[in-house]
Design a protein around this ligand. Structure first.
Ligand code: NAP
Length: 286
């Protein structure tokens, strides 16, 4: 066992485990395997007893809307539990990997690099940023990747935004999508490749591991309809202000740059390439 992790059953974690299992073995700390990450005692004993060199801390309170109402719970999971894991990592000398979000930024600037200062807007984003700061305090033993709108073939647990859009189009439901918002959807298989490279070659630092296309949700929906050969007449334009009027605040312009990770030779697919691969994988799995 060389990786012990939290959140390995989630949307991102489960695919990372699937793809990295060729070269790594995993021990999953989850509610299902009897570990609540907010329970300091149980997480300490499991991590301390493990021979793993790496801790993948992927578990989080991830419901962006609910986090605005359940502030204490979101803080306890995203900051409190992370603080616990950081202290165990310090004590055991293990290396810690954490996933942060593009919501770390306020979206006032068009492009963001790893050098830019975060200014999270919503409660989920604030708690994730506080978690990231604590992880980075480990210095050379910490690796933080920032991802954005991850998607994959055959999502488990919850659906990614791509499959939510496909479902709506198949069910002939309208998709309201802002034209004046920018994001960088990320193919989860590329996140796995990036992690493999980072573990083998670098092992620490902060990296934007995001897709290579910055586009609006409206353009993303049109692209999805095109690739799955669904009618796009139900994709309707809206504005960012209108769409997020009663929702948790998120960055409007979140085109994170991925030059730093690409310089290591890691390919981060364009949105079109990622979608084509999702379609191919799903076609081959039926
Ligand atoms: N999805 C996104 O859009 C996105 C974007 C940027 C960053 N991220 C970050 O990427 C990471 C993975 O996200 P995801 O979307 O894959 O997550 P997800 O599918 O929502 O899964 C969350 C994971 O956390 C675990 N978890 C939550 N509370 C726990 C607790 N108290 N004790 C033990 N385990 C607990 C869940 O376990 P159970 O299944 O057992 O409940 C599950 O495995 C998170 O850190 C998230 O903040 C996600």
């Amino acid at each position: 066992m060389n990786i012990i992790g939290t959140g390995l059953s989630g949307l991102v974690g489960s695919r990372v485990v699937e793809l990295l299992s060729k070269h790594h073995s995993f021990e999953d700390l989850s509610l299902e395997t009897g570990v609540d990450i907010t329970d300091f005692k149980s997480i300490t004993s499991r991590i301390s007893a493990s021979k793993a060199i790496w801790i993948f801390h992927f578990a989080a309170y991830t419901n962006v809307q609910e986090a605005e109402k359940e502030k204490d719970i979101a803080w306890k999971i995203n900051v409190g539990a992370t603080e616990n894991i950081v202290s165990i990592a310090k004590e055991t000398g293990k290396k810690l990997v954490y996933i942060d979000t593009d919501y770390a930024f306020d979206g006032k600037k068009q492009f963001y690099t790893e050098q830019d200062s975060p200014n999270p807007l919503g409660w989920y984003a604030k708690t994730k940023y506080e978690g990231a700061k604590r992880v980075l305090s480990l210095g050379a033993n910490s690796l933080v990747i920032r991802i954005s709108n991850p998607y994959r073939a055959n999502p488990v647990g919850k659906k990614d935004f791509v499959h939510k859009m496909i479902d709506r189009l198949r069910q002939k439901q309208t998709i309201l999508a802002p034209t004046d918002q920018i994001f960088v959807p990320t193919f989860i298989d590329d996140i796995a490749t990036a992690l493999e490279t980072l573990l083998a070659r670098i092992g620490s630092g902060l990296f934007h591991v995001v897709g290579s296309t910055a586009l609006s949700p409206y353009d993303a929906a049109i692209e999805i309809a095109k690739i799955w050969r669904l009618s796009n007449t139900l994709v309707q334009k809206t504005t960012f202000a209108q769409f997020f009027k009663d929702r948790a605040p998120i960055p409007q312009l979140a085109a994170l740059k991925n030059d730093k990770i690409r310089a290591l030779g890691v390919t981060l697919r364009t949105f079109e390439e990622g979608l084509q691969e999702v379609k191919r994988l799903e076609y081959n799995s039926v």
